[in-house]
Design a protein around this ligand. Structure first.
Ligand code: SF4
Length: 426
């Protein structure tokens, strides 16, 4: 089993907080992404980097995870030129570059802008959109929704933590903690979800309906509310009532909103596991750290790929490239250490812990070796109770004391909590 021992993660240590002008825009650094719900929304972006202990950190949004391999290649090149030579995959299917200089060099900012990943400076941090990775027929809906989001000036005020999800009948990504979701069931039918309410909305009306809910949230949510789940029930009902959801001529779009129980929510699917799915390949990225060798292999296999929220990449029609993807260090089997083990960035990059989570994970993977059958559960190692990057199927180990603790959690059924406390994006 290939592992990330070959992955370079020597993040440099830098420390400074400030702001600077880059070209016509202002790049403002923030000091802490914060789990304090009363604090201002500090989700990072290219134009507002976060200053971690290893330097400036930039997050790039990829709605639906859809991206060309040529863009990925350029992003990894920029990362290697200016900071850590790996790009992190986040739990929202976004990209994160770290150990960058503070202030960011203008050549770096302009290089990222040239990739096309920043279509709207005002909306860069609100383009948080998950979409079922295997659903090719959602590509158009993703692009249409992203364009509509960026076209509404008021939606630039959405919190950076507000999450949209688009799925099909499979229910893929609907197990994530979205605020507004749309599930297309057939070419003419589907459901819109917000909080614990749903309404039948035709696919042709889905974009307008999702934008409308988001607009109502911006206009009516109290200060400090970052997600729909932060609102009292009466406010959530108001989201639907303040304005009628647009409809087309189909009577199917005129359904009223109904309250749903937890069991009455959208049917959701578990995270995709690495392996071949039809003509596609789900390629796991060890520790979610994509490097140049990975991207070269992806580019040899496909012109475009889909980043998932589960530290993996869907290579469309890549089934015949499994061998080369595996040789590049990607994971193409559903079991084994790197198919089931992940970690937050931990120390020394994150100031919230002294636990070197990545080292713990690497050592645990080495201890398990190539015995794929030994692993029985998905384990996510984190350095503190913020539990960044926790997935819905993860058993979470908070600051585990030893490598043996991690190995035991992966290979035996032991008591460990799987309930995320916060789930920051990385
Ligand atoms: S979970 Fe990990 S990355 Fe997140 S704040 Fe804690 S130590 Fe840092």
């Amino acid at each position: 089993m290939a592992g990330p021992s070959r992955t370079r993660t020597g993040f440099r240590r830098l420390a400074a907080v400030g702001s600077l002008a880059v070209g016509p825009r202002t790049v403002t650094a923030v000091s802490d992404p914060s789990s304090d719900r009363a604090a201002a929304d500090r989700c990072p972006g290219l134009l507002r980097p976060f200053i971690a202990d290893d330097g400036a950190l930039v997050r790039l949004r990829l709605p639906g995870g859809r991206v060309t391999t040529s863009v990925l290649r350029e992003v990894v090149r920029l990362a290697a030129e200016h900071g850590a030579p790996v790009v992190q995959l986040t739990s929202r299917g976004n990209l994160q570059l770290r150990a960058l200089p503070d202030p960011l060099p203008s050549s770096f900012v302009e290089g990222v802008e040239a990739t096309g990943l920043l279509p709207s400076a005002s909306h860069e941090r609100v383009r948080n959109v998950l979409a079922a990775p295997l659903a090719r027929d959602l590509d158009g809906l993703v692009a249409e929704f992203d364009a509509a989001l960026c076209a509404d000036p008021g939606l630039a005020r959405l919190p950076g933590r507000f999450l949209f999800a688009l799925s099909d009948a499979s229910g893929s990504v609907l197990a994530e903690r979205w605020d507004v979701a749309y599930q297309r069931l057939t070419p003419t039918t589907g459901f819109l979800y917000a909080g614990e309410h749903r309404r039948e909305v035709a696919p042709a009306d889905a974009v307008a309906a999702m934008v409308d809910i988001a607009r109502q949230f911006v206009q009516s949510a109290p200060v400090g509310a970052w997600n729909i789940r932060d609102l009292p029930d009466a406010r959530i009902t108001d989201l639907w009532r303040l304005r009628a959801v647009p409809t087309n001529e189909s009577p199917r779009t005129e359904g009223r909103e109904v309250a749903i129980s937890r069991s009455g929510g959208p049917r959701s699917a578990p995270p995709l596991r690495p392996g071949v799915v039809g003509s596609d390949v789900v390629a796991g990225v060890p520790l979610g750290m994509l490097d140049a060798d990975h991207v070269d292999a992806l580019a040899d296999a496909a012109a475009s790929v889909v980043l998932t929220p589960w530290r993996s990449v869907v290579v469309r029609d890549g089934a015949t490239h499994v061998g080369s993807l595996r040789a590049a260090g990607l994971v193409t089997e559903p079991d084994g250490a790197w198919a089931r083990l992940s970690a937050c960035v931990g120390a020394p990059s994150c100031r919230r812990t002294t636990v070197r989570t990545l080292d713990l994970a690497r050592s645990a993977s080495a201890a398990i070796g190539s015995d794929a059958g030994a692993t029985t559960r998905d384990v996510h190692v984190v350095g503190c109770e913020r539990r960044c990057g926790t997935g819905p199927s993860d058993t979470v180990l908070v600051a585990p004391p030893t490598v043996a603790t991690v190995v035991e959690a992966m290979t035996h059924l032991q008591n460990a909590t799987a309930e995320p406390a916060d789930r920051g994006e990385p």
